[in-house]
Ligand binder design. Structure first.
Ligand code: FMN
Length: 169
């Protein structure tokens, strides 16, 4: 096999949306920014998010057995920063949300959301595939969804945090 290049460089050419993955356990909300998200099936409606085992949100999804994918609009970069660089529940302060049918927070600012029951968590390499059966989904506003571009997303200092694995990996 030929030598593989730095996978980050190649993965960074794969465009995807930007979401806040939320969950709740014992009425405590949790959530983190995620760009490794995917549709999986129409019937039944399945979606997946790929989380590092270090994410507090993953622990909470395991316990609460539910999660929601909140798709951000182009105006959602501040939220992506708020949820993407720190662990803990204080992320929800001053973030308007309602509780979805599954019990997960649905952010008012999301362009759309997929409210899911946890179907299973499969460790795959250094990430875990969190598979959800969609219970409820809606487009909340007509605005354009954000497209995550690592070349323009990070502002001073944040790229260093990413390099240290705080953001991803
Ligand atoms: C733009 C962006 C995209 C991210 N995408 C993912 C992702 O797809 N999977 C993941 O495990 N972490 C991802 N992260 C990192 C988590 O959001 C971050 O580590 C967060 O602080 C985890 O919070 P928690 O420990 O409260 O769950 C991303 C961060 C940013 C800023």
């Amino acid at each position: 096999m030929t030598q593989l290049p730095d996978m980050t460089k190649v993965f960074d050419t794969m465009r995807s949306g930007l979401a806040i993955v939320t969950t709740a356990y014992r009425r405590k909300p949790a959530g983190c920014t995620a760009t490794w998200i995917s549709r999986v099936s129409f019937e039944p409606p399945l979606v997946a998010v790929f989380l590092s085992p270090q994410r507090g949100t993953l622990d909470m999804i395991r316990k609460g057995k539910r999660f929601a994918i909140n798709i951000l609009g182009e105006d959602g970069l501040e939220l992506a920063r708020k949820f993407g660089f720190h662990s803990g529940a204080d992320k929800f302060s001053e973030v308007p949300y309602v509780t979805g049918q599954s019990g997960s927070p649905i952010l008012r600012a999301a362009v759309s959301f997929l409210d899911c029951r946890l179907e299973g968590i499969n460790p795959l390499g250094d990430h875990e595939m969190v598979l959800g059966l969609v219970q409820h989904a809606a487009v909340q506003r007509p605005d354009a969804p954000a497209v995550y571009d690592p070349a323009t997303f990070f502002i001073e200092g944040e790229q260093a945090a990413e390099a240290n694995g705080a953001v991803h990996g």
